[in-house]
Design a protein around this ligand. Structure first.
Ligand code: DGY
Length: 328
């Protein structure tokens, strides 16, 4: 049997490429940028499997360009809002993602943003680097402590739980809103209280987003939701940018409707709403959630193993649409 043709749309860590080289006829983009649509479509033509990154749009046009032999799309990300899963399922194309391997790294960044926003770390750093005179005094750059405060989590999956565990170590109380109630043992371990969305907005001292982006969650945090939060509350987003209406967030941060925000993801990434950049009470980092050597390598290896398994006729390790696949 001829080796499967596998296309990787951007540079990924070498251990994953080694795996793929052994088991396929491999084409890898040498770029660290997303391919333009026309380049992407040309690259995937004739592929049996494609390993995609989170900014590659996998839609009908992509699937048409790839051709009917395509069997799998393996996203190197846990989020797969860049992929039209029903369109892939309708063509019998299996989609996989990378859950689990980036949970701890992403939770670390969420906690980092919680600390940076509540303790004004970005603002302090900018002050020092500006060369402006400063001196310690009792009321200098006071932030907000976490002990005894409520962390409101939207989406209590793996990452939400890992953030909750960290926050418990900082003395925070946990409340959450999720589509499905978490198992009893999870609630017990985290002392997590389930709340309605409105209740969570009203109670959270820090609101951290850990839900996938979907039509249901797009602009979940809009002007109304921000108005419902406490003026002393902070918003942290390490999930997907479009879950937050960025223009509304700028207004809420400017007017003091909420106290601050920590953002790892942006609505029109890599573009950042200009209003955010001017705000001292916004901590902004460039989508670093999974950005450790170990995690990125594990993500790429998992995607590679998924692509190879499917090409060999074996079950995928972390399928997204196994149950929905149409026979072709
Ligand atoms: C993911 O896996 O969805 C992350 O956003 C990548 O960092």
């Amino acid at each position: 049997m001829a080796a499967p043709r596998i296309v990787v749309t951007r540079r990924i860590p070498e251990p994953a490429l080694e795996l793929l080289r052994e088991g396929s006829e491999l084409w890898v983009s040498g770029e660290d940028r997303p391919l333009e649509t026309a380049e992407l479509h040309a690259a995937v033509a004739g592929a049996d499997a494609v390993v995609t990154l989170l900014h590659d749009r996998v839609d009908d046009a992509f699937l048409d360009a790839a051709g009917p032999q395509l069997r799998s799309v393996s996203n190197v990300a846990v989020g797969y809002d860049n992929i039209d899963v029903p369109a892939a399922s309708a063509r019998g194309v299996l989609v996989t993602n990378t859950p689990g391997v980036l949970t701890e790294a992403t939770a670390d960044i969420a906690l980092g943003l919680i600390l940076a926003a509540t303790r004004r770390l970005g603002e302090g750093e900018r002050l020092i680097r500006s060369g402006a005179p400063w001196s310690w005094h009792m009321f200098f750059m006071l932030g907000s402590g976490l002990q005894g405060k409520t962390l409101g989590i939207v989406g209590l999956g793996g990452i939400g739980r890992a953030v909750a565990r960290r926050a418990r170590a900082f003395g925070m109380e946990i409340a959450y809103f999720a589509r499905n109630r978490a198992p009893e043992e999870v609630e017990a371990e985290l002392s997590a209280r389930p709340l309605g969305f409105e209740e969570l907005l009203a109670e959270a001292d820090v609101l951290s987003l850990h839900c996938p982006l979907s039509e249901e969650t797009r602009h979940l945090i809009d002007a109304g939701a921000l108005r419902a939060m406490k003026p002393s509350a902070y918003l942290v987003n390490t999930a997907r940018g479009p879950i937050v209406d960025e223009a509304a967030l700028v207004e809420a941060l400017r007017s003091g409707e909420i106290a601050g925000a920590g953002l790892d993801v942006f609505e029109r990434e890599p573009e950042v709403e200009p209003g955010l950049i001017e705000l001292e009470n916004a901590v902004l980092v460039p989508h670093l959630g999974s950005a450790t050597e170990e995690t990125r390598t594990a993500m790429a290896e998992l995607a590679a193993r998924n692509a190879l398994a499917i090409a060999a006729g074996e079950p995928a390790l972390t399928p997204v649409n196994a149950g929905q696949l149409k026979e072709t």
